[in-house]
Design a protein around this ligand. Structure first.
Ligand SMILES: CC(=O)N[C@H]1[C@@H](OP(=O)(O)OP(=O)(O)OC[C@H]2O[C@@H](n3ccc(=O)[nH]c3=O)[C@H](O)[C@@H]2O)O[C@H](CO)[C@@H](O)[C@@H]1O
Ligand SMILES: C=C(OP(=O)(O)O)C(=O)O
Length: 441
């Protein structure tokens, strides 16, 4: 297992290019299963472990998948099984997003309960409620979910009890091939839902209202492959914005879409960070001490839970006390203990964390407890005195493309150490690209 080592105190400068969005590309790859005809070509697919995992899931279904140079080609004309293996599904919650497309196209799917980061219980009841409303029969047992429908799914009105991103995506994909019209009420409004809807519409689907709380899907007979470019990752962009702020630096975040980052931008401005937007990205700079603010995570367009731990890192070094309230996941404060090892002063009371600012962060041995927590520890380490050693790096590799290279290019003192060999002749991603080349290629 590798370790990331950061020596803090460096000022950063320059520009960083944001990769394609993990949370957009995963459902988009799953949606490619709906194309009974033609090849789907997906550009700006980031070379991440999660992307390799979903590619493996599709490949295990008999689908042709090729990944090269951030482009994925999927040919799903033949699907040989509707039961992706447990070994891939358990790695990542987004694997469950193949259920909607398989059910719609093949009328059947059997999938184990999905894995993923330990940030809460993360039920899938809303996905299943949606599939049932569309006419599927669901059976649960021995850690597996089996869904089947005779003939086609039937359009229905579905009200989501929580505006779940995954449930909105799974139901939206299933409904594209249903008879009649489906209406999803209290749908999630994240930009990744809009990107998925744009992709599905380019495949021949008829979806309106994505990005609002009410999505209307008129079912069509069949879908075909298309070409699509994934939106930039707003969470990676937000993470680099905080890297600039926490290190008192001036950075240009190339490709960041400011409209996707409104709550993050406005909190950073309240704290005293200077932000300038243009059509190609966002410029972040900070010369003055930061002011603490309160932050409450909410579904989009509220403050993203995926930026909560990074914001907490920033609050530890700001003037005053900030209150962080996590309303999306019930257990997403595991990073607090790790920050405390670095001498941060944080008190957790239920879903609220009270962060006392002005901490003199010190390097320590810490562990990434989940993906964003890992990124947040790197951010804290940039501002800490001395060396921080971060383990649990596999979490970070799920969602950040070459984070240490990108930060090093900006001037950070950061390196990855592999216990077997310090220099890796082949990157993890190159190896994974090689290993997923299917036998037919
Ligand atoms: C791959 C991907 O896109 N992951 C994102 C997605 O996860 P994901 O799609 O899993 O998150 P959801 O929006 O579904 O979850 C939000 C809340 O709804 C609850 N819930 C969800 C489904 C359900 O059937 N029942 C239920 O109660 C969850 O437990 C959670 O408390 O949105 C989250 C919230 O923005 C982000 O943190 C994740 O990075
Ligand atoms: C929680 C996240 O991802 P996932 O839903 O795949 O666990 C995330 O991207 O921060």
């Amino acid at each position: 297992m590798s370790t990331i080592i950061v020596r803090g105190g460096k000022r950063l400068s320059g520009r960083v290019k944001i990769s394609g969005a993990k949370n957009a590309v995963l459902p988009i790859i799953a949606a490619s299963l709906l194309a009974a005809e033609g090849e789907s070509i997906i550009h700006d697919a980031p070379p991440l472990d999660d992307v390799m995992t979903i590619n493996h899931v599709l490949h295990s279904l008999g689908v042709r998948v090729q990944y090269h140079n951030e482009t994925i080609r999927v040919n799903a004309e033949q699907i040989t099984t509707c039961e992706p293996p447990y070994e891939w599904v358990r790695k990542m919650r987004a694997s469950f997003l193949v259920m909607g497309p398989l059910l719609a196209r093949q009328g059947y799917s059997r999938i184990s309960l999905p894995g993923g980061c330990a940030i809460g219980t993360r039920p899938i009841d809303q996905h299943l409620k949606g599939f049932e409303a569309l006419g599927a029969e669901i059976e649960l047992g021995q850690g597996y979910i089996e869904a089947r429908v005779k003939g086609r799914l039937k359009g229905a009105k579905i009200y989501l009890d929580v505006a779940s991103v995954g449930a909105t995506e799974n139901i939206m994909m299933a409904a594209t091939l249903a008879t009649g019209t489906t209406v999803i009420e209290n749908a999630a409004r994240e930009p990744e839902i809009v990107d998925l809807a744009n992709y599905l519409n380019a495949m021949g689907a008829r979806i309106r209202g994505a990005g609002t709380g009410l999505i209307r899907i008129d079912g069509v007979e069949s879908l075909r492959g298309t070409v699509h470019t994934v939106i930039p990752d707003r969470i990676e962009a937000g993470t680099f914005m905080i890297a600039g702020a926490i290190s008192g630096s001036s950075l240009y975040i190339e490709g960041a879409i400011a409209d996707h980052l409104r709550p993050v931008i406005s909190k950073l401005q309240e704290m005293g960070v200077t932000i300038e937007e243009d059509e190609n990205g966002i410029h972040v700079s900070r010369e003055r001490p930061l002011r603490a603010v309160d932050v409450k995570t909410l579904p989009y367009p509220g403050f993203p839970t995926d930026m909560q731990s990074q914001m907490m890192a920033l609050l530890t070094v700001s003037d005053g006390t900030g209150i962080v309230t996590e309303t999306v996941f019930e257990n997403r404060f595991m990073h607090v203990e790790q920050f405390s090892s670095m001498q941060a002063q944080i008190r957790v009371e239920g879903r609220t964390a009270v962060v006392s600012g002005n901490a003199k962060l010190c390097g320590a041995k810490v562990c990434a407890t989940d993906l964003r927590a890992g990124a947040a520890l790197i951010l804290a380490a940039l501002a800490a005195e001395g060396e921080t050693e971060i383990t649990g790096v596999h979490h970070i590799d799920r969602g950040y493309v070459d984070i240490e290279r990108k930060l090093r290019d900006l001037g950070a003192d950061i390196r990855r150490v592999n216990p077997v060999q310090d220099i890796q002749p082949v990157t993890n991603h190159e190896m994974k690209i090689f290993t997923i080349q299917p036998t037919w290629a």
